[in-house]
Design a protein around this ligand. Structure first.
Ligand code: SOE
Length: 378
């Protein structure tokens, strides 16, 4: 498979590094917001081709699949162009700016018979797959509640800035959509539960932020050296408190925040059922706690000899050899390219465009609920 990336920022580099670690996949080209950025990224990441323009990437018949890692505003048109030229697509989340766009994207992928994925990489921590297996085989019993959080601190100060803070680049929601949707996707993936109603309370802590000259790469503002110039009004949420009702009757709660001091990139969940509770913390991703009322609580380690066959497919190292954030991208892409190789027989463990559409429907229900102060159906 010959692959190209669009986007030269933080995510472009993460995709490039993961693709280079994947046998059977050749990372051939990259394109960015300017020809200079594309050339610099190609040199830095040792990628053979730098495309001056998006149109040149799309026109390259040697490319089988495109990874979209640009600001969200561009996802819809780029995914459309790529699929129209017969290329498979792996797109960063959220899939597009609204559910009307994601509907069209999912329909086109289906019509063209292309493999189209959204990079909800957290599904591919080996212990996410293990948790899914254990829920499916009944270890935790009937699911009663799913609670947790996704928190970061890189947007804590009003001098912290990145394209994600602007609604026109990111979409109406930010903390909830940029990181909260990872959690929302993950817990539904693990449990098979479906969110049918939401109640949301959102807060923009900094209603203006100081925008520096030029672009500030994701997370890099924390390293300092960024000079603020102008104040810009901000409408996107710095944090959100969400309550969910699932189709089964189970209940859920998520706190998503990008302004929590000390939380670097931390998601946690507790999935509680009639028999046991599974508890995970992404800052310690090689273990999962199993809570019980009748036995001693246990810690299960990421270790192929202790984990299911399904988890073993996405584990490359023995127990005691940590696998984490960058590995989850590699494994997500492994699932994606395995699916392409298997044709119609491929299992779609990765999030599909249909899943990406569902995430946008949930986001739109969140926006409505926060505006109206009531429960909203998804
Ligand atoms: C920034 O909040 C970000 O890069 C997210 O956009 C990613 O999805 C997450 O994996 C890490 O943080």
């Amino acid at each position: 498979m010959n692959v190209a990336i669009t986007g030269t920022g933080f995510m472009g580099a993460v995709h490039a590094e993961a693709l280079k670690r994947l046998p059977g996949v050749e990372l051939v080209g990259i394109q960015g917001s300017t020809p200079d950025k594309a050339r610099a990224a190609a040199e830095r990441l040792e990628i053979p081709r730098a495309y001056d323009l998006w149109e040149a990437l799309v026109a390259d018949d040697e490319i089988d699949a495109v990874h979209i890692t640009t600001p969200n505003r561009l996802h819809y048109s780029q995914a459309m162009d790529a699929m129209r030229s017969g290329k498979h697509v792996m797109c960063e989340k959220p899939l597009a700016m609204n559910a009307a766009e994601t509907r069209e994207l999912a329909d086109l992928a289906m019509e063209k018979g292309l493999v189209a994925g959204v990079n909800y990489n957290t599904r591919f921590y080996p212990l996410s797959i293990e948790a899914k297996e254990r829920v499916a085989r009944g270890d935790i019993g009937q699911v009663h509640s799913i609670v947790g959080s996704y928190q970061q601190d890189w947007l804590l100060l009003d001098t912290d800035y990145n394209w994600r803070v602007l609604a026109e680049e990111q979409g109406a929601l930010r903390a909830v959509s940029d990181i909260g949707t990872h959690w929302i996707d993950l817990i539904q993936f693990i449990t098979g539960e479906k969110i049918v109603q939401v109640f949301a309370d959102l807060k923009t802590v900094h209603e203006t932020r100081k925008r520096p000259q030029g672009e500030v790469e994701t997370f890099s503002g924390k390293l300092g050296g960024v000079e603020a110039t102008e104040s810009v009004p901000i409408t996107t949420d710095d944090m959100g408190c969400l309550t969910f009702r699932f189709a089964s009757g189970a209940r859920g709660m998520l706190f998503a925040s990008q302004v929590t001091p000390g939380k670097k990139n931390c998601f946690r969940y507790e999935i509680s059922g009639s028999k046991a509770c599974l508890e995970f913390d992404s800052e310690n991703p090689n273990q999962i706690a199993i809570g019980s009322r009748v036995e001693a609580n246990a810690i299960l380690l990421k270790d192929p000899s202790l984990n299911s066959e399904a988890a073993q497919r996405f584990t490359d190292y023995p127990g005691g050899h940590a696998e984490g954030y960058p590995d989850s991208f590699k494994m997500c892409f492994r699932a994606f390219y395995d699916c392409i190789a298997a044709g119609d027989q491929g299992t779609r463990d990765f999030a599909t465009f249909e899943d990406g559409h569902r995430e946008l429907e949930i986001c739109e229900a969140v926006v409505k609920s926060a505006a109206d102060g009531r429960w909203v159906d998804v």
